[in-house]
Design a protein around this ligand. Structure first.
Ligand code: NSS
Length: 396
């Protein structure tokens, strides 16, 4: 008798191929089948508590469709680099598939929430000419006789679309030529981004909070078996998420003897330290102007600060979403561009939005891989991708 473990999109199934129950020719084929061969099996299903899924199929008809023509390179104990080089094969592993399907459920749940709240999905360009998040991390692309870049965020284009739709969202890739080799940086990642007309900072923080609350509760219900299979316990955090200010964050860090001055950006170490203080995602708001991108609206009561709010996840994960209120005044935006040494000429279309009937508006971007990494306690962000892209990896 031969035991075959069969895998399809629904999971694993144990099959027994017994001499006498199949033809001699079929039995021979079953003995020849190698690891990862593709086969078709017909048979009778029997309950068997020892088998994965609690059932076993006794085969009555066995067809070998295609055998492996070399030894399968992925075996127990192979190193992480080999698994990444062979990612095109490793994604067949039920563990990888479970992570990827939770990620897929994540964007499904987001779409469901946006739809219920009358947001319009917009599809923004990836080939762009003006930086959203600063020139240092732009990927240049030769665009015929011109120079273009890969999008870092669809935000600026979403800001144009709210003038038609008021509430928009997009689920699109972002690219950053960041040489950061950390467990939470990719050069290509996906964001769920939203932009809302007539919404201020507090409004957009609530949108972020409600969206995530919906995603978390929907996923744990719909993907319960996958969480169990991955042996991950995830308890959806309850809103409202705690809110602290940037200045409070700096004071806390200084009280832990971390070397940080008011005005510095919060790096990975600072975020990790702060995120150990909370057991649910939490907001940090009012970041200083110089630590944030040019489009953030200064806080009217203290123009050194911005009407911004990042969302950080606990357990050492750190930032998973960024956003806030945008500058809606033409002159203020031109001044800000100058302050950040950007050329207003490059942003004519973006400035036009402030010339012709500007409105108060706010938005955010949520990193999908970072959030999935946190939910599933993955050691590295690349585990949350079908094909991770990092400074040292664009293959396969
Ligand atoms: O740079 S962000 O903080 N903000 C923006 O791009 C805004 N323009 C979004 C908006 O308001 N529409 O990036 C947003 C999120 C951030 O919180 C992370 O979760 C994720 O995007 N992110 C990354 N994930 C993986 N790798 C890298 N390098 C990365 N950079 C940002």
């Amino acid at each position: 008798m031969i035991f075959v473990t069969l895998r399809d999109s629904t999971g694993l199934l144990q099959v027994t191929v017994k001499k006498g129950l199949v033809s001699d020719e079929e039995f021979k084929k079953a003995t020849e089948a190698t690891l990862e061969a593709s086969v078709v099996v017909e048979g009778d299903v029997h309950a068997d508590a020892r088998a994965p899924g609690g059932v076993e199929v006794q085969c009555t008809n066995f067809r070998l469709i295609a055998n492996s023509i070399e030894e399968y390179p992925i075996k127990l104990g192979v190193g992480k680099e080999l698994l990444l080089d062979k990612r095109h094969l490793h994604i067949r592993s039920p563990k990888v598939a479970a992570i990827l399907s939770i990620r897929s459920a994540f964007s499904d749940a987001a779409r469901e929430w946006f739809k219920g709240k009358s947001f319009h999905e917009v599809y923004c360009p990836i080939l762009i000419t003006a930086a959203c998040e600063g020139g240092a991390t732009l990927f240049p692309v030769k665009y015929f006789k011109r120079k273009a870049f890969l999008s870092q965020s669809v935000q600026l284009y979403q800001e144009t679309a709210i003038m038609s739709f008021e509430k928009v969202y997009s689920i699109e890739p972002s690219f950053r030529a960041e040489l950061s080799r950390t467990r939470r940086h990719l050069t290509e990642f996906w964001q769920i981004e939203a932009e809302v007309a007539n919404a201020d900072l507090e409004d957009i923080m609530r949108v972020k909070e409600e969206l995530l609350t919906h995603i978390f509760s929907k996923i744990v219900k719909d993907c319960e078996a996958k969480f169990n299979f991955l042996n991950v316990k995830f308890t959806p955090p309850k809103p409202p998420f705690p809110r602290i200010t940037y200045s409070e964050a700096v004071e806390r860090l200084q009280s832990f003897d971390m070397k940080i001055e008011w005005g510095d950006g919060l790096g990975a170490d600072e975020e990790r330290m702060l995120s150990k203080e909370f057991d649910s995602p939490f907001f940090i708001k009012y970041y200083p102007r110089k630590s944030k991108a040019f489009y953030h609206k200064p806080y009217p009561a203290d123009p050194e600060l911005t009407l911004s709010a990042d969302l950080l996840a606990p357990d050492g994960q750190g930032e998973i979403a960024g956003g806030g209120q945008r500058i809606d005044d033409y002159n203020e935006l031109v001044q800000s561009m100058e302050m950040f040494q950007l050329n207003p000429e490059d942003y004519q279309w973006y400035l036009d939005l402030r010339k012709f009937g500007s409105v108060v508006h706010s938005g955010f971007g949520l990193g999908i891989e970072r959030t999935v990494q946190w939910m599933l306690k993955l050691p590295h962000i690349r585990d949350a991708c079908l094909y991770p892209r990092t400074p040292s990896r664009v293959y396969p």
